[in-house]
Design a protein around this ligand. Sequence first.
Ligand code: G3I
Ligand code: 9MR
Ligand code: ZN
Length: 546
Amino acid sequence: MGAIRLNQMGYTRRSHKQVVYTGEVSKILIFDVEKDQIVYEGTLGEQKFDEASGENVCIGDFSSLTQPGHYCMKIGQDTSPVFAISDQLPKVCTDALLKTFYYQRCGVELTEQYAGSWHHGACHKQASYVYHPEAETLIKNNPESLEQINTEGGWHDAGDYGRYTVAAAKAIADLLLAYEQYKSSFAHSIDIPESSLEGDDLLHEVKVEIDFLFKMQRKSDGSVYTKVATRFFPGMIMPEEDTEPLLIFDISSPATGCFAAVMAMAARVYTRFDSAYANQCLKASERAYTWLKQHPLPMLFHNPPNINSGEYGDELDLDERYWAAAELYRTTGDENYHKDFLCYYPLNEDKFTLGWANVSGYGSIAYLLTEQPVCSEIYNELKKAWISHGNELVQRSKSDGYGITLALDDYIWGSTMVLLNQCMHLIIAKQLTKDHAYDIVIQNNWDYLFGMNPMDISYVTGLGERAVMNPHHRPSAADDVEMPVPGLVSGGPCAGLKDETAKEYCQGQPPAKCFIDHVESYSTNEITIYWNSPAVYVGAYLQNNH
Ligand code: G3I
Ligand code: 9MR
Ligand code: ZN
């Protein structure tokens, strides 16, 4: 672990450029590696204690270096990884982050033409059955007695091969928000099978997951199943080797609510691309929403006994109802959805979280960005609260040694998602205020992801000289390719030490150092589609703001 922490991919010409150094205060020297000459000399600020990492750090600002090139930094006896200055970097990073959704595809062969070394055969083509306590026996002896539904397609959730509705919803929401707000960042090919077709690749890729979600809506009543997965997490095997029976698990009101929300988003976004498809999304959304109205009490999902695949437990569904009403109102302008949103508004104390369990932030974004008439009292109150929370994040970053927004208790399972969600919050706050005060903090959070962090590691596989190499990701672990699938965002430090490997390696470490780049540490080093999706959103913003 080096003493010089910076964005290992590098910086755009005019971006804020900050280095964090854990040695004694001394001069900063930056070398142009092509010309082998010193091109910058600077100084570090005073040492300060960084509580999250338990280290004394000094900050250096080298923003005045703007010349494109490749550089390395020397401070005292320490040397940094080589980094670049180029306005192409946000595009390079965003494309890699977005391409991972292709690598997560289920039910299709990933060919060498598009997946390179990480190609694999078609997977999870086996029959999938609606769960029954005796499913294992019945599938063997009397499969006709079980309801069989074709659930092929979509994206694997994470390091495992489960496909989960609420996880899909956050991923789709982030990607569609990125497209709605920064369409120009997606006007080029990311080299997937559909790249030759009409339309942008982000829309082609998200359609893969939406097409899967259609199959998760129960035909009889419009409610939505929570997941399709095997009974247990499989071993560290390739997807095509995972041939255990697939089970479709019960419907829930949170799953149905976030389905209604993302389908309403899709209806809005796809309408110019494919109006018939957009209409199909809207009908599915309205059908799910009708079920929600007919079932005002929460219907929650918990894994049945002897089932050990992801649960995504969620004890509340008011946030999903809030989000669904907001998106349907934004898409249709139907006052009935507006009335519902205004009813749900006071019931949702938290209005900012962009999680997989608490999705209230998406409902707030939909109302803050809506093109429809609003209730000005509620709108102004929500806008003021959103901006105020953004300012609190900025204030918090000022006392953090790395200038990032994570609080000490944010180092949870998927802390990089928390960091990126906070970045999304600041970006929306900037959209609402046009205030550039948010820029530096957004940049610091982005730089943390790519190496300016207490682990001196890029938390994105394949991006950075010292990037995560051993993610808890079955295809990366089970293939015979040394390099992991590129562009995957690791969950990052988790102070709760929620797996045996984290306990073994991170015991006693401060929160920001509770990370181990080990394939078995799923609580600090797994990857998921909804940790990559907020990163795509931030990268898309940076492509337009550098
Ligand atoms: O929100 C609380 C916070 O208030 C509290 O301070 C903190 C203390 O530890 O816990 C926080 O809750 C954590 C929650 O994630 C936050 O979202 C729980 O402890 C933690 O157990 C929970 O972990 C989830 C994990 O599954 C285990 O359920 C992760 O969010 C979730 O991303 C992860 O999802 C898994 C899927 O089940 C299977 N596929 C892989 C995927 C990623 O690991
Ligand atoms: O691989 C599983 C990962 O996707 C989950 O996030 C994690 C926690 O639910 O569980 C992982 O599976 C492990 C299982 O929980 C315990 N036995 C080892 C499995 C592989 O690490
Ligand atoms: Zn699969």
